[in-house]
Design a protein around this ligand. Structure first.
Ligand code: FAD
Ligand code: NAI
Length: 467
């Protein structure tokens, strides 16, 4: 017998489960379908949460071994218990996924375990332990993404791995080659480097995290290099081979075609992610993918059928959990007949390395390309009293403001706690603040947040107080 719902969500990642919660809050009868045993999608199971848990544990170890002595604390016999570190990460993941099940129950959302696929534009079949058929007034596709690869590379998931396997390695590698100096490459590369692995990054572009403002990648690379990470920039990987116990990675320099070979225990392929729609039966709903494998949507995230929506990694835009969440809320409210607003320019990007990197709004390059007249104000953390007190003086905050109106157009930062600091910049931009508005807002002393105020002072008539 088929059941009828106002909203059926396919996929329980941050896009899907948030959409289900908001739909239920609005009084819509809601179901969610997940093919894996645990809810939470990539983010909770093999993405944001485990990677941040590894980053925090590895940072504590690294600090203790390398930096506590600078504070006059000598810890001679530091031991790394890798299996225990891994089991802590696993517990964080299982507790967090359990939290989503609780939220589904609390909001009276029906959870179906199995692969969801379209039968027609109003019917979804769930193929799990038992088969169910759901009738839906509205359907939300939130099936996320999977790691991409590059031609000629066979990811065997044992020695040549993606982030999913890197988060669950049975042993600490002595050496690791990372293909791709983007977000995953530098975050997971940092985890292993901090624990003692020799990490070599091969990146095709000339700078790491190339999608972000150029100053950020440059600064971050300098610090990571100082910490021991090896970089081969401007190199394209040509071949990866493995004998089951180690890997050989061959790459060619773009500039002079010179070949290099790096031998290591493991090779992590982190060259981006691709939308995932396998098994979804989109053909039964007459929905075709775009040239990049994404489900095409309009400004209201509707597909060609007004009652079928797509959100998160499976549709256009940046592949970030908070973007997926915002879209989940947006779609639930559109279904409820509301007119919500979503400003993609103000979706912040964060890299959780140390120093952290964070960004919102236009990059300097984008403003140049638009021929926009802008002003720059920047403030280095080494001039911040709080940063000096904590021995955390690497990095800077850069504010880009409209030359005429002083409105903040972009904020780019690399330094201590930037992942949290960026929220103030997002809020300021959401309210269309000028650099002067922030410069005249009292910031507690001594805090890292003062550096944002100082960068805004620098952007308005170059009047930073502490440089
Ligand atoms: P997903 O989280 O991918 O969820 C999709 C779900 O749909 C999955 O559970 C899948 O099993 C299910 N599914 C697919 N097809 C079907 C089907 N036919 N039937 C039933 N279920 C189906 N983003 C951040 O913002 N911050 C971070 O710090 C961050 N760190 C990351 C670290 C790593 C290592 C990785 C890989 C990603 C990270 N991301 C981060 C990206 C983030 O995880 C994704 O952007 C986010 O999970 C996308 O959410 P989603 O809901 O669109 O899809
Ligand atoms: P990415 O797009 O961030 O980086 C991929 C990198 O690989 C790029 O720098 C690219 O130039 C490089 N590259 C591509 N082909 C190459 C080749 N043949 N040889 C050498 N280098 C090559 O993708 P990544 O790191 O895989 O992450 C995927 C997505 O997951 C991110 O875009 C992001 O949306 C999400 N994510 C977000 C995180 C966060 O918010 N902190 C953390 C981790 C992932």
């Amino acid at each position: 017998m088929s059941q009828e719902y106002d909203v059926v969500v396919i996929g329980s990642g941050p896009g899907g489960y948030v959409c289900a919660i908001r739909s239920a809050q609005l009084g819509l009868k809601t179901a969610i379908i997940e093919k894996y045993d645990t809810l939470g999608g990539t983010c909770l199971n093999v993405g944001c949460i485990p990677s941040k848990a590894w980053l925090d544990s590895s940072e504590k170890y690294h600090e203790l071994v390398n930096h506590f002595k600078d504070h006059g604390i000598n810890a001679d016999k530091v031991e790394l218990d890798f299996p225990k570190m891994r089991s802590r990460v696993e517990k964080v993941v299982s507790d967090t996924c359990g939290g989503i099940s609780f939220l589904m129950k609390k909001n009276k959302i029906d959870v179906f375990n199995g692969v969801g696929s379209f039968v027609d534009t109003h019917t979804v079949k769930v193929s799990g332990e038992k088969e169910e058929t759901l009738k839906a007034k509205n359907i939300v596709i939130a099936t996320g993404s999977k790691p991409s690869s590059i031609p000629g590379i066979n990811i065997d998931k044992k020695r040549v791995i993606t982030s999913t396997e890197a988060l669950k390695l049975p042993e600490l590698p002595k050496s690791l080659v990372v293909i791709g100096g983007g977000v995953i490459g530098l975050e997971m590369g940092s985890v292993f480097m901090r624990l003692g692995t020799k990490v070599s990054v091969v990146e095709y572009a000339d700078a790491c995290i190339p999608a972000m403002d150029k100053d950020l990648g440059k600064n971050l690379q300098k610090v990571l290099k100082k910490e021991g990470m090896e970089f081969f920039m401007g190199h394209g990987v040509t071949e990866v081979t493995t004998d089951g116990k180690s890997v050989k990675v061959q790459a060619k320099a773009k500039k002079d075609e010179k070949e290099i070979q790096i031998d290591a225990d493991y090779c992590l392929v982190a060259v981006g992610r691709k939308p995932f729609t396998n098994g979804l039966g989109l053909e039964n709903a007459g929905i075709e993918l775009d040239e990049r494998g994404r489900v095409p949507t309009d400004h209201n995230l509707r597909t060609k059928h007004p009652h079928i929506f797509a959100i998160g990694d499976v549709t256009k835009g940046v592949m970030l959990a908070h973007k997926a969440e915002e879209e989940g809320v947006f779609v639930a409210e559109v279904i409820n007949g509301e007119k919500p607003h979503l400003n993609y320019l103000l979706v912040p990007g964060v890299v959780y390395t140390w120093p952290e990197v964070a960004s919102v709004g236009y990059t300097e390059q984008e403003l140049k390309d638009q021929n926009k007249a802008y002003k720059v104000g920047s403030f280095p953390f080494k001039a911040s009293g709080r940063a000096r007190a904590s021995n955390e003086s690497d990095g800077l905050i850069k504010v880009l403001a409209d030359k005429e109106t002083d409105e903040i157009l972009g904020v780019h930062m690399v330094g201590p706690r930037c992942a949290d600091l960026i929220a103030e910049a997002v809020l300021a931009m959401e309210f269309r603040a000028s650099a002067e508005d922030v410069a005249r807002t009292c910031h507690a002393h001594p805090t890292y947040t003062e550096s944002f105020k100082e960068a805004c002072l620098a952007a308005t008539e170059n009047r930073a107080l502490h440089i």
